[in-house]
Ligand binder design. Sequence first.
Ligand code: NAP
Length: 293
Amino acid sequence: MYTGATKNLAVIGYPIAHSLSPVIQNTALTGAGLDYAYIAIPVAPADLPAAVAGFRAMNFRGWNVTIPHKSAIIPLLDEIEPAAAALGAVNTVINNDGHLIGTNTDVIGFIEPLKARLGESGLEGKNAVLMGAGGAARAVLWALLSADIKNITIAVRTPAKAEPLAEEFRRLDKEHFSGTAEITVVDWTGEEYPVALSACDLLINATPLGMAPHTEAAPPVDWQKLKAEAFCYDIIYTPAVTAFLSQAAEHGHATLNGEEMLVGQARAALEKWTGCSGDKEAMLKALRSALEK
Ligand code: NAP
């Protein structure tokens, strides 16, 4: 039961009613017996500065941030952790007695389930093909560089839009990591794409292709080119098995969907606020049950 001593957490976005974060986080909080409440609050873009001032005034312990506030919130905070600063996106704020720290837990949410399957050093020296170059791809790129990947091919329908992203991450690799990763952009209808697929160890879908309600859609993959041992990761979690993952499994590839990434970013945020990351299996179960509804 909530009391006067209950501490407050939230997620802000606009709109926010669709957010699954309250279900995932309150499952973890209740399971761990932590005296916190986590609510979803719609905040219109023009109200963001007032909302941040309000959280500070009301001493919320922290909050998650989603579209459209991930970049806009940065100048309103006191400190930004390196990954969030480099990505230009904050998804979690920690309030340490009025000192607001912005961080990004999408990176850890993406990489931890992958390391659990491929091993802690499983990406070192490997070749990845990343389909998509939007907001989610930025966290994926940072995570892959942090894991010492050798080569990343960004495959998209509009290479001219992805090239500045590649250039930015070549620079970030030099500033923050080994600086040795090769990052190239290819047109996924062009001749270089099958060449990249034939060398690929990790194939990632970071486009919305296949996401409900357009579940029949899939990014283009020539499955004959892909090595049998290539791992296929779709960061979409609705549906649990996208057309891309279903094709990958039919061709004998190991697969992973985006459920653990979503729960992983939530657990990393919870750990920063409370020191406890919550019961992963219970959080996944709550997510799946909410998605079924
Ligand atoms: P985004 O910023 O809209 O970027 C999407 C990328 O996909 C862009 O490169 C875009 O290319 C491409 N794309 C979009 N529609 C396309 C189409 N019809 N055909 C070909 N390419 C298309 O999206 P995002 O925020 O990065 O999110 C991408 C996906 O990741 C979403 O499905 C989202 O649900 C998922 N996601 C999952 C998690 C998780 O926790 N599991 C977290 C974040 C995001 P153009 O520039 O050419 O349009």
